[in-house]
Design a protein around this ligand. Structure first.
Ligand SMILES: Nc1nc2c(ncn2[C@@H]2O[C@H](COP(=O)(O)OP(=O)(O)OP(=O)(O)O)[C@@H](O)[C@H]2O)c(=O)[nH]1
Length: 315
């Protein structure tokens, strides 16, 4: 068997699309894989221009790619991550994907054959499964990262992530001399509420309260669950006047919120502490501790009240 026949036989048996084009972009070889996947017989394709057979090809980009292969005589590559596919070939994997077409890795190989005409061989590899599983993995990792930041019960930021946000906002506020306010609030007599309605009732109160407060806040505000029934909100670029306004709205919203639980209506109040960043604060923990003290004052003053950190009121 002559070598050419061996090559043709191999090309037809490979599970890869193989097509060769000349310098005019006319197709000179079309293997069995393409015959099956593009549903076009070689006699209807050979001698035709590649842009007629695949009108979806991005002509300008494709020509630039092929020209560089001709000129530099080096291989080139296009992965599915750059372009999901170049050739609209339906995928045949037994899986549901976002695209009808197979994800492809395409290689462009320079060929020099005896008559000295320049040709480029294009290999088309079906990587639909790689693309599919990579996309799934990416989505799962994003979901995991999100779950790591969120409190499972209330769906606001958990303490760890919230503190990371505060650390960033704190150093940004110090660097650019921006305002930064902190609000911490704690539901009043929550132990009694748990004792009266059970832990499930307490949980519903936490969930509903977080929902009500989330709706009150601006997009840039960072709302987290600091501990059991204590929540905290970072207000970037906010001074004491603005923070007090938000704090009072939070207090009122919680006191007016009626939570339905097992045919009873639960009402709850919150004590609120507010502080803003000062020159003296060198660590984000300083701001937390000032806000926490203000919250303690609110509890000591009889609850359902907003209190401001002492050093700020004095200033
Ligand atoms: N249902 C429920 N209860 C929680 C959760 N986390 C903490 N708690 C409860 O919240 C209660 C907090 O009680 P305390 O710290 O004494 O505070 P309090 O009763 O709210 O009293 P004041 O804060 O002084 O008004 C405790 O009984 C905790 O068990 C939670 O995720 N779900």
């Amino acid at each position: 068997m002559p070598a050419d026949d061996f090559c043709t036989d191999i090309a037809n048996k490979l599970n890869t699309g193989i097509l060769i084009i000349d310098s005019q972009y006319n197709i000179v070889l079309w293997n069995r894989y393409l015959e099956v996947h593009a549903n076009k017989k070689p006699e209807n394709v050979i001698g035709q221009n590649i842009f007629e057979i695949f009108p979806e090809l991005p002509e300008k980009w494709f020509k630039r790619k092929i020209e560089s292969v001709f000129q530099l005589k080096t291989q080139s590559f296009c992965s599915w991550e750059q372009r999901h596919h170049l050739f609209e070939l339906p995928h045949t994997r037994p899986m549901t994907t976002d695209s009808h077409f197979m994800a492809q890795n395409c290689s462009f190989l320079p060929l020099e054959i005896k008559d000295n005409n320049e040709h480029v061989c294009i290999l088309i590899e079906d990587v639909t499964d790689v693309c599919h599983y990579q996309s799934k993995l990416k989505k799962t990792l994003e979901e995991l990262a999100q779950a790591n930041r969120i409190d499972g019960l209330t769906q606001v930021f958990n303490r760890k992530h919230w503190e990371e946000c505060l650390e960033k906002e704190f150093s940004r506020a110090r660097r650019y001399k921006h305002g930064l306010a902190l609000i911490m609030f704690d539901l009043d007599h929550f132990k009694l509420l748990n004792d009266t309605y059970g832990h499930l009732g307490g949980d519903i109160v936490l969930i509903e309260t977080a929902k009500v407060i989330s709706k009150l806040l601006r997009l840039g505000d960072l709302f987290g669950r600091y501990g059991g029934e204590e929540f905290a909100i970072i207000l970037p670029n906010t001074d004491m006047v603005g923070a007090l306004d938000v704090a009072e709205r939070i207090r009122v919203a919680i006191s007016k919120n009626i939570i339905n639980f097992q045919e009873t209506e639960i009402k709850v109040t919150a004590s609120v502490g507010v502080a803003v960043i000062t020159e003296a604060d060198t660590r984000y923990e300083d701001l937390i501790s000032h806000t926490d003290l203000a919250l303690y004052d609110a509890k000591a003053s009889g609850r359902n009240i907003v209190c401001v950190a002492k050093d700020v009121t004095a200033a």
